[in-house]
Design a protein around this ligand. Structure first.
Ligand SMILES: Cc1cc2nc3c(=O)[nH]c(=O)nc-3n(C[C@H](O)[C@H](O)[C@H](O)COP(=O)(O)OP(=O)(O)OC[C@H]3O[C@@H](n4cnc5c(N)ncnc54)[C@H](O)[C@@H]3O)c2cc1C
Length: 460
């Protein structure tokens, strides 16, 4: 007689939940996924507005380092949609100044030589002090960043005396682009980890963009893959609480009052939502869950602006230390499917998407005020090409709690995917894995969580 399939309830349909659903379906589990919103994808979600234009939760750059994400995309036939850009990082400054960190196609660390000697902005002395500060990183490699987790990056930079200009112009937008918090808040470990990977693996800092909307080229294909193999997905279905009794999860109560149960429960929720659905008893009983209360989500705002002309020819991610747009891209250059406005071609004209951060002070402002501040930053960085430019359309998405804030000393509190409750597992960018809260992190955490469930079902 055929053995009955073990069932898993996946709570949350972001990239982590969808990846875990795929992995579990592949391993023969009966999977049901519950998503609160009408759209799947969480922080990588995208949807069309009433005029037929795609809106995204935020600009998503595909870092060369995310191998696990590309393995997944190959499995679902979506990797072809990643368009790799020239291997360089360009910073746009107030008044129209620029500098670029170029790379050579050579083994590490030679690939970074042009970034150090010919970026066109930082003086040799500045780059020399900076290179000297990285000696411990070069010697100890990935064992060094964890030893600096007690410091903010600004504190670390001060100790290493590489000068304010590098901190302000290069690392401020980098910290804001990575986690939407400034160098005075972000743990030094995060920036050092990223720098170490960029230093050690030449292709890690290469950036890609999707050909079009994440819904069409990542989230949709993932969903279809699992549904075609029997997984059941329910959108518009929020989880209210996990029901805990006798040391195990006995079911989940939905926001509509229904109760569902399964052999295993996999929470793929953002940290603030996870804290809401976890029973208080569990948090009081187990430090593992109590620690989760220490995490908080970072606010961020995404803005799109369509202009009536081309402001920049750059077909790549762009950083800006000045103004409110630390990281952005002209999607009309990077993302071929997005050369449209209200269903008509929008070619040879800019369609920007900006990540607006830090957003704590800005998130309460009106839509008009935020768009106006973003527009001012654009005009400040492109004084020539933006002269007389008109805004044809703008969109705005506010996310009050996005990725978890990786503040100093938080690393030790990141939970493993396996929990002390035998039938409860966690996944998501905040759980313990290499890539923090990112697409790579969501996928890696889902891979780990699915493996843990497989082990548990095998009685290991
Ligand atoms: C503006 C922005 C830009 C970003 N840019 C990049 C980038 O360039 N590169 C990169 O790698 N990463 C980027 N990220 C980070 C990346 O999007 C996330 O790390 C990743 O998508 C997290 O996936 P997740 O599945 O862990 O969480 P989420 O995407 O948050 O998914 C959680 C899901 O759970 C659902 N949910 C919540 N509560 C409930 C409930 N009670 N019941 C049922 N469902 C519920 C949510 O609706 C959501 O769909 C960016 C994030 C933002 C916000």
């Amino acid at each position: 007689m055929e053995e009955k399939k073990k069932s898993v309830l996946v709570l949350g349909g972001g990239l982590a939940g969808l990846t875990a659903a795929k992995r579990l379906v592949d391993r023969g589990f009966e999977v049901t996924l519950l998503e609160k919103r009408q759209v799947y994808g969480g922080k990588v979600s995208s949807w069309k507005d009433e005029e037929g234009d795609w809106i995204e939760s935020g600009t998503h750059c595909f870092f060369g380092a995310y191998d696990v994400l590309y393995d997944l995309m190959r499995e679902i036939g979506a990797y072809h949609a990643v368009l790799w850009k020239e291997h360089k990082l360009t910073y746009t400054l107030s008044g129209g100044d620029r500098f670029t960190f170029d790379t050579w196609d050579m083994p590490s660390p030679l690939h970074l030589v042009p970034a150090i000697v010919k970026n066109g902005y930082f003086r040799f002395g500045e780059m020399f002090s900076f290179s000297r500060s990285l000696v411990p990183l070069a010697l100890k490699k990935d064992s060094y960043p964890p030893t600096q987790d007690h410091l903010t990056f600004a504190e670390w930079a001060k100790q290493h005396k590489f000068g304010d200009r590098l901190l302000e112009k290069m690392f401020r937008p980098m910290a804001l682009a990575l986690k939407f918090i400034p160098p005075e808040e972000i743990s030094a470990k995060i920036i050092l980890d990223v720098t170490e990977v960029f230093y050690r693996i030449p292709d890690a800092s290469c950036m890609g963009f999707l050909k079009g909307a994440p819904q069409e080229y990542l989230i949709g294909p993932l969903q279809e893959y699992s549904q075609a193999r029997g997984a059941k997905f329910f959108s518009g279905t929020g989880v209210e609480e996990l029901l805990y009794e006798g040391g195990e999860i006995r079911g989940v109560r939905l926001q509509n009052g229904d109760v569902l149960s399964a052999d295993y429960y996999l929470c793929a929720l953002p940290i603030h939502n996870l804290n809401r659905v976890l029973p208080g008893e569990l948090k009081r009983e187990r430090q593992f869950f109590g620690n989760l209360e220490k995490f908080e989500g970072v606010p961020v705002i995404s803005v799109q602006i369509w202009y009536d002309r081309r402001i920049t020819p750059e077909d790549n991610v762009l950083f800006s230390p000045d103004g409110v747009i630390p990281v952005y891209a002209d999607l009309a250059n990077t993302t071929p499917d997005y050369r449209t406005l209200r269903g008509r071609p929008h070619t040879g004209k800019s369609r920007f998407e900006f990540c607006v951060a830090p957003a704590r002070e800005l998130i309460g402002l009106s839509r008009e005020e935020i768009i106006s501040r973003v527009d001012r930053s654009v005009r400040d960085c492109y004084p020539e090409t933006s002269k007389g430019a008109k805004i044809l359309k703008s969109t705005l998405v506010k996310i009050p709690q996005s990725v978890y804030a990786p503040l100093p000393k938080m690393e030790g509190y990141r939970p493993t995917q396996k929990t002390p409750v035998p039938n409860l597992f966690l996944t998501g960018g905040f759980t313990r894995q290499l890539y923090y809260d990112s697409m790579g992190g969501a996928v890696m955490s889902a891979n780990l969580a699915a493996e843990e469930i497989v082990h548990s079902s095998n009685g290991k």
